[in-house]
Write a protein that binds this ligand. Structure first.
Ligand code: DX5
Ligand code: ZN
Length: 221
């Protein structure tokens, strides 16, 4: 059975204190550190790139789950690998040849993830899923933190889970205590959350609630 993994999105953290924020999240129970890479082209926002990952790497042992919202993701595989990224997740919509890209990511020693935007049908993932380490079903339009969770994306998670019981299925965008149960019941096991963790009075309680909800849903199944 797939295990629950909670991935705070550092996009909601203090970029000036990135290493401390990462260590703080790991200390509060985070499994992954979700790093949102945006190029101002694939999405209308600009965040960070491989140099920041490289600077961060010596300061944390955390699993760097890098979500590349960029055009031409092929261009950045080498840089992210040498920067020390653990997982390179590209967008299906951003590449012509997902199979070659997955191979390239693996050849560089990283785990490979593929993300789909809310309007992209889930069946595009099927032929690549057996070679992927993780699939990310976006639950907001990529580009910004703090948007509302789109519950209609849960049908895609449900379908994916029924076809791939052992796949790590990540959801990203608007995840919060109010909707974690819906996501867990659909079959998501990797939960990205920015605002709901970083803005909480007790981020630790939110992280443990996310984990417990997934575990409870799995136990009841
Ligand atoms: C959005 C990013 C998300 C974002 C999530 O494009 O991919 O990772 O940080 O933030 P919240 O949880 O605030 O929606
Ligand atoms: Zn993300």
């Amino acid at each position: 059975m797939v295990t629950a993994k909670i991935a705070p999105s550092l996009l909601s953290g203090d970029f000036a204190r990135l290493a401390e924020e990462c260590e703080r999240m790991l200390g509060l129970g985070a499994d992954y550190l979700h790093m949102d890479v945006m190029d101002g082209h694939f999405v209308p926002n600009l965040t960070l790139g491989a140099p920041i990952i490289k600077s961060l790497r010596p300061h944390t042992k955390g699993f760097l789950d890098c979500h590349l919202m960029v055009s031409n993701p092929e261009q950045w595989v080498d840089d992210f690998a040498s920067a020390g990224a653990d997982l390179f997740c590209f967008h299906y919509e951003a590449t012509e040849d997902p199979a070659a890209l997955i191979e390239k990511i693996h050849a560089k020693g990283m785990k490979a993830g593929m993300a789909i935007k809310p309007k992209t049908p889930v069946d595009v993932v099927y032929k690549y899923a057996p070679t992927l380490d993780q699939v990310l079903v976006m639950t907001v339009e990529p580009g910004f933190g703090g948007q509302s969770f789109m519950s209609d994306c849960m049908d895609k998670v449900r379908e994916l889970r029924s076809k791939f019981p052992e796949l790590d299925i990540e959801v990203d965008g608007g995840l919060a205590p109010e909707n974690i149960e819906v996501a867990a019941k659909a079959g998501a096991n990797v939960i990205v959350a920015g605002s709901s963790i970083f803005k909480a009075s007790s981020p630790e309680s939110v992280i443990s609630l996310f984990r417990k909800t997934i575990q409870d849903v799995q136990a009841a199944a």
